[in-house]
Design a protein around this ligand. Structure first.
Ligand code: SF4
Length: 161
């Protein structure tokens, strides 16, 4: 499971880098591949959910702290489209303390996600709680890349849209 310390200490970025490298250096479905299976298990620990904008707003409005910062994996692809993620609760505070994000209001966080229309919103569990909402960029996103290789990981949030 990814932890808050993994996000602030850079371990999460290293894990993403390794996963993307594996996708780039292999071909075809990875469902029967030992390394692919391990990767699948690690990815599923984040229990990623695809959210509508309204659903993302619900998480934001319930949060005790909110921060905005560049989507975590963009450092690996600085030439790619710029989007910012919304971090919640303790992850928000720690991302601000480590210089990766800035404190935001509910309105600023909702506006930030609205600006990224066209980028599917994904919420991930960090340290056991849904704390990161990312306007994902499918060509470089571990989740979307995993799906393409047969490693199903993305579910739609079943609550009311
Ligand atoms: S685009 Fe995908 S891999 Fe990158 S930070 Fe967002 S959810 Fe994570």
């Amino acid at each position: 499971m990814g932890t808050i310390a993994d996000y602030t200490g850079g371990f999460i970025l290293e894990s993403i880098r390794k996963a993307l490298h594996y996708f780039d250096s292999t071909e075809g479905p990875l469902t029967q591949d030992e390394k692919g299976k391990r990767l699948h298990k690690n990815i599923n620990e984040f229990e990623p959910l695809i959210l509508s904008l309204n659903q993302a707003g619900e998480y934001i409005r319930k949060a005790k702290s909110i921060a905005i910062g560049e989507r975590v994996c963009r450092v690996l692809h600085p030439e790619s489209v710029y989007t910012e993620s919304v971090f919640l609760n303790e992850l928000a505070m720690e991302m601000v303390a480590s210089g990766h994000a800035r404190i935001a209001s509910i309105e600023e966080a909702e506006e930030c996600l609205q600006k990224s229309a066209g980028h599917p919103l994904i919420i991930s569990k960090v340290s056991g709680e849904y704390l990161e909402i990312c306007p994902s960029y499918p060509p470089d996103c571990v989740y979307w890349r995993a799906e393409k290789r047969g490693l199903h990981c993305l579910e739609r949030n079943k609550q009311a849209q």
